[in-house]
Design a protein around this ligand. Structure first.
Ligand code: FE2
Length: 201
């Protein structure tokens, strides 16, 4: 079965994300990555036996490991699925279990947020900032360029913020910091914690 875009559990993320950006991002960019990914996979006679995450984690075992178009659209699909899944139209408290993990690695939730924002501001050009679990089950904040997926590098993404201009430019123009500070208010940290529990190996 083809890979599909995830359904949104909200109609609007105003005022943090303006409706026009959400529409273009979800119905335009995300859908394009998904459609192109399916087209390229079908051209390679792929049989969809793996989840997209498994496909990305094991990309070296597939004949299309060097197909840069396919990797770009697979990453774009996975990154946007993560992003839209953990956005929510109301503020969510950080669950206790996640808060404990964040305290362990970053000292406090506020430190985590600052480190994440500072990391994202260091990104040059288009890319993403992720909270990931590494191979030793440790939390890390990383930047990746373009549509690279953390799965390509052996990381499991728990939270990912899109730092491409299409994610913020209409409303925030050059003010990436404001976009980052505001988006923390519409992250569903229950989903981030769920991702953490699912990712632990
Ligand atoms: Fe995007």
């Amino acid at each position: 079965m083809e890979y599909e875009i995830i359904n949104l559990s909200y109609n609007s993320l105003e005022p943090v994300i303006d409706d026009k950006t959400l529409d273009l991002h979800y119905n335009g960019h995300y859908k394009n990555y998904t459609d192109k990914l399916n087209k390229l996979l079908k051209e390679s006679s792929y049989d969809y036996r793996y989840s997209p995450e498994e496909l990305a984690m094991n990309i070296n075992n597939f004949p299309f490991k060097n197909n840069s178009d396919l990797l770009f659209n697979l990453g774009g699909y996975l990154n946007h699925s993560l992003y839209f899944d953990h956005l929510i139209d109301s503020k969510v408290l950080v669950p206790e279990g996640l808060a404990k993990e964040l305290n362990k690695y970053f000292g406090s939730f506020d430190n985590f947020k600052n480190e994440f924002i500072n990391m994202a501001l260091e990104l040059k050009g288009s890319g993403w900032t992720f909270l990931v679990l590494d191979k030793n089950n440790k939390l890390r904040i990383i930047n990746l360029p373009n549509q690279d997926s953390p799965y390509f590098y052996g990381f499991i993404p728990l939270m990912g913020i899109d730092m491409w201009e299409h994610a913020y430019y209409i409303k925030y123009n050059l003010d990436k910091k404001k976009y980052l500070e505001n988006i923390f208010n519409i992250i569903d940290f229950n989903k981030v914690y769920r991702n953490f529990l699912n990712a632990k190996r």
